[in-house]
Design a protein around this ligand. Structure first.
Ligand code: IPM
Ligand code: MG
Length: 356
């Protein structure tokens, strides 16, 4: 097959980790006889400094014309510490999600047998954890209007807004995921307080009879935050709104032992985006120490979801498993004998070339 991949490295460690994902993607394509064309484009703080816009129209055009987008990370401390900044790098990410219609963010969490001891939770709690969070990505408080400040500057407001169609399309995807997995769906909300959550509950309740095999439960978000840590194995598919999904998936990532391991896929109306769930880690930028595995596993999701090539995805996952067993890992996982970012990428690409 021939693929066109838009590459948006973004800020901080983005360029270094994306470079490793490209190495691994190239190794897979070489093995399997696919040809791939990469087009790099600007986003985030990097794009603000170059063009004034964190998601310039040229970048959007390149994304729209590609089969998949490989994304690094966004964020820069120069903006984090300046609450008065007129444009923010994160706006670029939100604009991309909105303009590409990426209403579903899929974040799988599963533990790696060789890293169980790295989890802050007891081994017996995390062994065999395997769930996926389907986070709504283009609605809720991230986008709701009005948002802003009163003229005197002393009052600020955000609005959480959901329409029934937005809930229906993400819930449909979540039910389908559950059908293809262990048939258990947990809907997380705050229906005891929020009107949007009550619309979520009503909509999901109305849809449930279409999926009689799926065991559906409702859980308040505060309770879910507790249960993810206390009993993570009980979850199969979690579906939730934008902000709850943001928070719960960072929480869930520590189960695996490092935030640097978790990939994600954002899918919806136009080109899908594949990106690690972690941020731009500016302290590590340019040092060749950041963990590239979350981005490399995002490339595996790209083969699976965007190209429907499960064997290729499995090759990447097997290579990553092997690297963890061999201890070819960055310093977040092994402080005493770390490999560099590029060494991990090289090792994985070589493994794929030599083993399949
Ligand atoms: C994520 C990130 C983003 C979000 C930020 C960078 C805007 O935390 O993808 O989870 O909140 O969605
Ligand atoms: Mg987040």
């Amino acid at each position: 097959m021939n693929f066109k991949i838009a590459v948006l490295p973004g800020d901080g460690i983005g360029p270094e980790i994306v470079e490793q994902a490209i190495k691994v993607t190239d190794a897979v394509c070489e093995k399997k006889g696919h040809s791939v064309v990469y087009t790099h484009a600007l986003t985030g703080a990097t794009a603000i400094f170059a063009t004034g816009d964190p998601y310039p129209p040229e970048t959007h055009q390149i994304c729209m014309e590609s089969d998949a987008v490989l994304f690094g990370a966004i964020g820069d401390p120069r903006f984090d510490n300046d609450p008065k900044a007129k444009v923010r790098p994160e706006k670029g990410l939100l604009a991309m999600r909105k303009q590409l219609g990426l209403y579903a963010n899929i974040r799988p969490v599963s533990t790696f047998a060789s890293l169980l001891h790295k989890s802050p939770l007891k081994q017996e709690l995390v062994e065999g954890v395997d769930f996926v969070t389907i986070r709504e990505l283009t609605g809720g408080i991230y986008f709701g209007q009005p948002q802003g400040r009163t003229e005197d500057g002393n009052t600020a407001f955000d609005s959480s807004v959901y329409h029934r169609y937005e809930i229906e399309r993400i819930a449909k995807l979540a039910f389908e995921f559950a059908m293809n997995r262990r048939k258990k769906l947990t809907m997380v909300d705050k229906a005891n307080v929020l009107a949007t959550s009550r619309l979520w509950r009503e909509t999901v309740q109305d849809m449930a009879p279409q999926y009689p095999e799926v065991e559906l439960e409702y859980m308040f978000v505060d309770n879910a935050a507790m249960q993810i840590i206390q009993w993570p194995k009980r979850f199969d598919v979690i579906v939730t709104e934008n902000m709850f999904g943001d928070i719960l998936t960072d929480e869930a990532s520590v189960i695996t032992g490092s935030l640097g391991l978790l990939p994600s896929a954002s899918i919806g109306l136009h080109t899908s985006v594949f990106e690690p769930i972690h941020g731009s880690y500016p302290q590590a930028a340019g040092k060749n120490i950041a963990n590239p595995v979350a981005t490399i596993l995002s490339a595996a999701l790209m083969f699976e979801y965007a190209f429907k090539l499960n064997d290729e995805a499995a090759m990447i996952r097997k290579a990553v498993d092997a690297s963890l067993v061999e201890g070819i890992v960055t310093e977040d996982i092994d402080k005493s004998n770390p490999s560099s970012t590029s060494a991990v990428g090289d090792w994985l690409a070589a493994y794929i070339k030599n083993n399949f």
